[in-house]
Design a protein around this ligand. Structure first.
Ligand code: ZN
Length: 307
């Protein structure tokens, strides 16, 4: 291990140059050419270090750059080194604010999240490649759609992470220096309520207010929040109604929930369905939009002090 650390400590200029190279490539999640160019740059470094690596670029199978160091024991469960090549920054950001260094800080789109992490993982692989094989294989796995929920990349992640003895994701830590050791799950839902329009003055009694039904449900949904167990439930968007003098015939809410375990997820989804199905104002009906109900969203992590 000392040999690896010694070599790494001599690589600071090379690592900084590598981060600069990656930061100066626009690679928004929707910029396929950009995330491909990031993969090409990383492949160049890995191949130059005689590391077995390939870019499986087809997004339908979960675009992934894969690298592999064999272990002394062929069938031993691997250690996984992970990262994502995409950023949230729109194409063109590099032209506006390219890589620059001021004092001991570097700036540029994705410099923290997570191009420096990609470089870190590549150099860890390169350092390990210089040593006799570890007992177990080490896999590098670098996806291209993390910032938009890993809808495709999760296929590759699930394939390669299953059975791994450990997985290290080189996302940035916290400002405090803390390491993020686990992440919450999340989901978004839309709730649509249909009611009955009526004139608020002329025939109010004929109406059925979708807004009132939705308002009751919002209170029930917010009551699902339980800080002690890490569950939050937030209706962050509402819309509905026609005018102030019309009983509202429709209303819509968008809900974001976060949870810590799959068991919590199932129980939470069940309670959300029950709230949406519960009777509201007579002659109104509420539906849960299943189209967005299973979308997972990136989330804040729990953090622990770095050892
Ligand atoms: Zn990230």
């Amino acid at each position: 291990m000392n040999a690896a650390i010694e070599w790494l400590s001599s690589q600071r200029p090379a690592m900084q140059a590598a981060v600069a190279t990656l930061v100066d490539i626009d690679s928004n999640s929707h910029d396929k050419a950009g995330t491909d160019r990031v993969a090409q740059a990383m492949l160049g470094w890995l191949h130059a270090a005689d590391i077995d690596a390939e870019h499986r670029a087809d997004p339908s199978e979960g675009d992934a750059l894969l690298a592999r160091l064999p272990g002394a024991q062929r069938d031993a469960a691997p250690v996984l080194l992970m990262g994502h090549r995409d950023t949230v920054f729109p194409s063109g950001t590099v032209a506006q604010r390219p890589w620059r260094v001021e004092g001991d800080r570097a700036y540029g789109p994705g410099v923290s999240d997570m191009k420096s992490g990609l470089v870190l993982q590549c150099f860890v692989l390169m350092a390990l490649r210089r040593l006799p094989p570890l007992p177990f294989p080490v896999l590098g796995l670098f996806t291209a759609d993390e910032e938009i929920g890993s809808q495709r990349g999760r296929v590759a992640i699930e394939t390669h992470a299953r059975g791994a003895r450990a997985a290290f994701n080189a996302e940035p830590g916290r400002v405090s220096g803390n390491l993020v050791v686990e992440r919450k799950g999340g989901a978004t839902f839309a709730i649509d309520v249909a009611g009955r329009a009526a004139h608020a003055g002329v025939n109010h009694a004929d109406g059925a207010s979708a807004i009132e039904t939705l308002a009751r449900k919002v209170q029930a949904l917010h009551a699902l929040t339980d800080y002690a167990s890490g569950i939050t439930s937030n209706v962050g968007l509402i819309s509905g109604g026609l005018s102030s003098n019309t009983v509202a015939p429709s209303a819509r809410a968008q809900l974001d929930v976060r949870f810590c375990s799959l068991a919590q997820r199932e129980a939470l989804f069940e309670r959300i369905r029950a709230i949406v199905d519960a009777p509201g104002v007579a002659r109104t009906t509420a539906t849960l939009d299943a189209g967005v109900s299973t979308v997972t969203v990136p989330d804040v992590g729990f953090s622990r002090p770095a050892p």
